[in-house]
Design a binder for this molecule. Structure first.
Ligand SMILES: [Zn+2]
Ligand SMILES: [Zn+2]
Length: 145
């Protein structure tokens, strides 16, 4: 008797055969995204999750799922780490910061905000190019929806 389920991604009804609960179409798309991430990491082994997500327009959750599923590996034998604490660069398995930085960031939030403001006023031109690139990426995402 066939195991009929709803696809977790698009909601379509399909004949479940095991593994992730995606219909064949979403499974193909997922496989395609996975290959793109893998190729990207091959060229940019030090890329962070957020960088990959932004450049390939694949959600951070999806990339982390590949990590959790063990399809992507955190390579650390030659110093290339996939997930890094955004504050100190220490290897982490999930999230944006290591537990230590998470704690001190919460505490020093006001100080950090002051430092950022100071830096922005100094390197305003360099920062502006970064903003434009970031904004246009965001705009692209909006258009896609
Ligand atoms: Zn689907
Ligand atoms: Zn840290």
């Amino acid at each position: 008797m066939p195991d009929i389920r709803n696809c977790k991604k698009c909601g379509r009804i399909f004949n479940y055969i095991g593994g992730i609960q995606y219909c064949p179409a979403c499974r193909d798309k997922d496989e395609e995204d996975y290959k793109r991430v893998k190729e990207y990491l091959y060229d940019n082994p030090k890329a962070s999750v957020s960088q990959v997500s932004m450049d390939l327009d694949i959600s951070v959750e999806q990339i982390k799922r590949y990590l959790r599923e063990g399809r992507l590996e955190i390579v650390d034998d030659n110093g290339n780490l996939f997930l890094e604490c955004e504050a100190c660069g220490k290897a982490i398995r999930s999230g944006r910061f290591c537990p230590e930085c998470e704690r001190s960031l919460t505490r020093d939030l006001s100080t950090a905000a002051e430092e950022i403001r100071y830096k922005l006023s100094r390197d305003v031109d360099a920062q502006r190019t970064g903003w434009i690139r970031y904004l246009s990426k965001e705009e692209e995402k909006k258009k896609d929806k």
